[in-house]
Ligand binder design. Structure first.
Ligand code: UTP
Length: 481
């Protein structure tokens, strides 16, 4: 005779079985009889996390079919605010900086870091934000952002909030990492962690995969999941309460990012933009970054893989690349925009993107299979798909060497190696622009150079902060804070 709990659980199981039948997913209970009570409970919990009602449609449209991206009929280049103002924009940019600083001083801006990704390419054992990156001190990514926020607080007399999105998979490790490091000198109350949503992985024929006999193979639902996660976690409400108006969004893998940028914030606020983005000129026609375009009259990002070759190679009358605005995943979002987008979850508008990946799974005979080839479909939503939904979206150009060098891989392009090198080069350039000579050898700074954001947030700031010449030894390691 079953205990009452198991009794009710098996009733629940029966109800779930009926729902699974409708959704064509009964295989999830294939190993039920081999599970103990606790495992059964876990499996039911996992199944309950899935929105089974809408599943069949989603599988048909996004899992089974590789629905090609529908290109807008009319695609034009975007008009961006330049990195350096033209003569007629000098006043506007100066006003924007003032406005940005005023918003920062009043804590109307918060930083938002998306750190829920799986970082499979880097293969680091731990949350990606814990990856050591700075050239001299090997500070982890999270520490550089924390110091940027502290440096900003110090410079402007602010006390900014920092929201960090984790995934269920890396949440505990991320929080523990901050605790072990005393929040890198930030007030713990100001650092707010929230978890993103998850999606199951599907076999190519539309079946949800089991990671273990009693666990579903879930993965994070993409950085676009940050918007709903902000609402579900109560963070949006908290932001409203704290009077936060804008969110400075960046990814955990870009140590060069200006986590809080007065000019960008000021332009975003003054123009009434609901979502603003930074762009850089592409290095070549086919660079693997998203492309900002105006598609059927709306600003949007078209992924490199979706931009037709003839557009990628198109030139204007002066021979310049026509579609040259690369997306670097740095945005500002107005809190009210996020509130509006997420007000009705059933009609939340970000589309799913399909990716075919290798996902280990348990087969119908209960064997765990480590696939050698991509075997599964994962669905993710992307933050840039919110741009066409935003009022008055604004795009500001910036300088790659100053602000973008992501850590995606171990070596090669967009790697820990290239990012560390770019941090080193940037520090050397800042020193030179502050009037201090730096030795170079074969095109690289001769030595290691690291400037903590606690000392300076950009080159101009360093000039103010470092008037006496620093001691520099060719080939040596140099650090200032
Ligand atoms: P990437 O697309 O580079 O993915 O994420 P990733 O998971 O970090 O790395 P790979 O592809 O597995 O090697 C870009 C940014 O978006 C965040 C990541 O943490 C990173 O800051 N992200 C991505 C999330 O927060 N959640 C997600 O579901 C996906």
């Amino acid at each position: 005779m079953n205990s009452p709990i198991i009794q009710s659980e098996s009733e629940q199981a029966k109800a779930i079985q009926a729902r699974l039948r409708e959704a064509n997913q009964t295989h999830l209970l294939a190993h039920w009889h081999q599970l103990d009570d606790q495992q059964r409970e876990l499996l039911l919990e996992d199944i309950n996390r899935i929105n089974l009602a809408g599943l069949s449609g989603l599988i048909k449209s996004h899992v089974m079919a590789d629905r090609p991206f529908t290109l807008p009929r009319d695609i034009r280049p975007v008009v961006c605010y330049p990195a350096r103002p033209g003569i007629d924009q000098v006043g506007l940019y100066a006003d924007a900086v003032k406005r940005g600083v005023s918003l920062i001083r009043r804590n109307k801006v918060a930083a938002l870091t998306v750190a829920g990704g799986q970082g499979t390419r880097l293969g680091f054992d731990g949350p990606k934000g814990a990856f050591p990156i700075s050239p001299v001190k090997s500070k982890p990514l999270f520490q550089l952002f924390a110091e940027f926020i502290r440096g900003t607080n110090r410079r402007y007399g602010a006390d900014l909030h920092w929201y960090i999105m984790t995934s269920p998979q890396n949440h505990a490790d991320t929080v523990a990492f901050f605790e072990a490091n005393h929040f890198f000198g930030l007030r713990p109350q100001r650092v707010r962690f929230f978890r993103q949503g998850i999606m199951p992985a599907f076999s190519m024929d539309g079946k949800i995969l089991l990671d273990q006999k009693h666990r579903i193979a879930f993965s994070p639902d993409g950085h676009g999941g940050s918007l709903l996660a902000l609402r579900r976690s109560g963070m949006l409400a908290e932001m409203a309460e704290a009077g936060i108006e804008h969110l400075s969004y960046f990814q955990v893998d870009n140590p060069l990012v200006k986590a809080i940028d007065p000019l960008f914030i000021g332009l975003h606020d003054m123009t009434g933009s609901e979502m603003s983005s930074k762009t850089i000129p592409k290095v070549d026609d086919l660079e693997r970054v998203g492309n900002f375009v105006i598609g059927d009259g709306k600003a949007m990002v078209i992924e490199y893989s979706d931009l037709p070759d003839e557009l990628a190679h198109a030139r204007d009358a002066n021979g310049n690349r026509l579609f040259d605005a690369g997306s670097i995943a740095i945005h500002l979002l107005s809190r009210r925009f996020v509130e509006r987008l997420t007000a009705d979850e059933a009609h939340f508008g970000l589309p799913w993107h399909r990716a075919v990946k290798k996902v280990p799974y348990v087969d119908e005979r209960g064997r765990r299979i480590e696939p050698e080839k991509p075997n599964a479909v994962k669905l993710e939503s992307f933050i840039f798909d919110a741009i066409p939904l935003a009022g008055k979206p604004l795009i500001l150009q910036t300088i790659r060497e100053e602000e973008f060098s992501p850590v995606k891989n171990v070596t090669g392009v967009d790697s820990a190696e290239s990012s560390r090198r770019d941090l080193n080069r940037r520090a050397a350039r800042w020193l030179e622009s502050a009037g201090h000579a730096v030795p170079w050898r074969e095109g690289e700074p001769d030595g290691l150079f690291e400037i903590s954001p606690l000392l300076a947030l950009d080159a101009d700031h360093l000039r103010e902060q470092m008037s006496t010449p620093p001691r520099i030894t060719p080939g040596g390691a140099h650090y200032w804070e």
